[in-house]
Design a protein around this ligand. Structure first.
Ligand code: IPE
Ligand code: IPE
Ligand code: MG
Length: 243
């Protein structure tokens, strides 16, 4: 009643440390989110792109040094042309914005996946974004998986080794030739939208990653959901096969 002031809830923000250097996201549920509002799937991808900006910003704020996002898989070309075109145009818009804001964001961008499938314009802008942000390597890294497949990653690595004359390969050789060779494997993989599978994401790298699944659809994901996932991660014990 009078004079009653609701208590301000303290945000449960957890600050990431060396145990949680690398977080990867399977950003799923854009289509279902749009459907729920009676809108076309493309609308969900636009909302998803906004969530991507917000969530990557939040992860950086809480000290996560390396973020990898699954934005487009080698299998996503199966989707209707309209939908693929929308995703490509959102991608181009985002890359151009990231080039403009490179010195504000201080994030190194790296594209992982087979980029030869993309239009010349997109490829040029991808290369440009990587080139203008390479100097931020020691601050933050954002890997964007586009036309990425875990199987393709391994095949690509093995073919690079064969091309360099290898007759047989070791685990270290493969790790060193993956698209992600510049980063440690993900400590935590978060998948939204109530699916519990990897869908060909980081198959090799995920060998000992912690997995976190939430029912929340990607466009609805909030900073508090990240706090929850991070708290859940810190409550786990990673054994790597030991005791
Ligand atoms: C994830 O959302 C975005 C991409 C795969 C590009 P979806 O488009 O897969 O959304 P749902 O799973 O159909 O809801
Ligand atoms: C995985 O989501 C790919 C991305 C998030 C980019 P999908 O929606 O393509 O995965 P499936 O088809 O449900 O396994
Ligand atoms: Mg999906």
């Amino acid at each position: 009643m009078f004079g009653f002031k609701p208590k301000r809830r303290k945000p449960q923000t957890v600050i990431a440390d060396d145990r949680l250097r690398h977080v990867a996201f399977i950003m799923d549920g854009n289509g279902r989110w749009a459907k729920k509002q009676g809108m076309p799937r493309e609308y969900g991808h636009k909302a998803g792109a906004e969530t991507f900006r917000r969530i990557t910003g939040y992860c950086k704020d809480i000290g996560i040094k390396i973020i990898t996002v699954y934005a487009f898989s080698t299998e996503n070309w199966k989707r209707p042309k309209n939908e693929v075109d929308t995703i490509m145009s959102l991608l181009l818009m985002y890359i151009e914005e990231a080039i403009r804001d490179a010195d504000i964001n201080r994030i190194r961008f790296i594209f992982i996946g087979n980029r030869s499938f993309f239009s010349r314009t997109i490829q040029t802008q991808m290369n440009k974004l990587e080139a203008v942000t390479v100097k931020y390597n020691n601050d933050y890294i954002l890997n964007m998986a586009i036309n990425y497949g875990g199987r393709d990653d391994i095949v690509h690595a093995v073919n690079s080794l064969i091309a360099s004359g290898a007759k047989s390969v070791t685990e270290d050789d493969i790790s060193a030739n993956l698209y992600t060779s510049h980063t440690p494997p993900p400590d935590l993989i978060i998948r939204t939208a109530n699916e519990r599978r990897l869908s060909n994401f980081l198959l090799w790298q995920a060998a000992y990653s912690e997995l976190y699944f939430t029912d929340t659809l990607w466009p609805d994901l909030t900073d508090r959901d990240i706090d929850k996932a991070v708290a859940d991660f810190y409550a786990r014990k990673r054994r790597y096969g030991g005791i």
